[in-house]
Design a protein. Sequence first.
Lengths: 197, 197
Amino acid sequence: MRSKTQSAQARQRSVTAIKAAALELFAHKGYHHTSISDIAREAGISKGLMYNYFNSKEELLTSIVNDAMNSGEDILHVLEDPLLDPSLVLAELARQSVTMVKSNLHYWKLITSLAFQTEAMKSLEVLLKNQRERNIKLAVSLFERMGSQTPLEDAYLFGATMDGIFVYYMVLDDEFPVDDIVNHFINQFFTSKQQRS
Amino acid sequence: MRSKTQSAQARQRSVTAIKAAALELFAHKGYHHTSISDIAREAGISKGLMYNYFNSKEELLTSIVNDAMNSGEDILHVLEDPLLDPSLVLAELARQSVTMVKSNLHYWKLITSLAFQTEAMKSLEVLLKNQRERNIKLAVSLFERMGSQTPLEDAYLFGATMDGIFVYYMVLDDEFPVDDIVNHFINQFFTSKQQRS
DNA sequence: GTCTATATCGCGATAGAC
DNA sequence: GTCTATCGCGATATAGAC
């Protein structure tokens, strides 16, 4: 029985190393410009070994994205508490998103660039779509609780604005004052909502 | 002299066919997933001929993007008239952008996806950057004329929101009610600006 | 479970005939 | 100006020894 757990450990170690190396490289060099050789070198394993754990390069990518999404889920969970003031939750959602993107910029660049290549990667399309739908649903319910007459439109616009800000940030890097712009957005947002009520 | 113009015509015909085929394919399949063979087949020419007119696949891409940008410039020119009401110009800018994107969705998908791969394409980076800077400059001057105390922030936020809306549209396709959301944005925008003054 | 060696393929790009 | 034929490379993926 000993040998069984040892195998499992080795297995775990290799898989983790491969995923970590691949995420690092995909994020920095892009998916297409990263070869299996690159990944193997970075992970300290042989090229062939990767295919013991993943059937293809694309499957590896999907697995990585899946992991990252699951790990990000906890943050959202907290904000779903129905007792919190919805407009504060939206502001918090915006700020937390900035923190997430800033602390993992390369990963989010990867995700965003992949969103435009889903025709060539059907497996990812599902993952990304589910993620987006969850976010929109959360925003819709928040706007509903704020008494909005157009919760869907409000939610889409909110989401689009946040995504747009991130796109600018990802493309312009530190030239772009993310924090200022997000604060500006939140302020304007609150102002207009308060004036309306 | 006759033969000279005939050559020029043939030349023109081939170049046009290549560019048209490449744009179509790049936009649908993505730049990396489109091979020279694909382009040649679609354009009805041989693989070799492409290299008579373009030194590389990347040069072909750059040429296409350059063309499209020049053709879109006229629309912006009209809006730079300093006599127009700046807030109306912004609304018009938003609406015209929607029309542009909708009428050439695949091209804009291509452009947007390329924005995240500029590390591998330095030549394009310059083109895209110039384009963005022009747009921001125009928006900044409009907000200044509106008496904004924070024209740069306003311009960035405006641009980011529009881009974000387009990103959603490009990813979600017709599931996403672009027109509704843009109108919603313009309405909110006008409301808050009017209330403030 | 891991490695090395290799098969196989398709790509971007070139050479040279017509 | 256009074509066919081909090079050379690097990629993904597999086979089989240890």
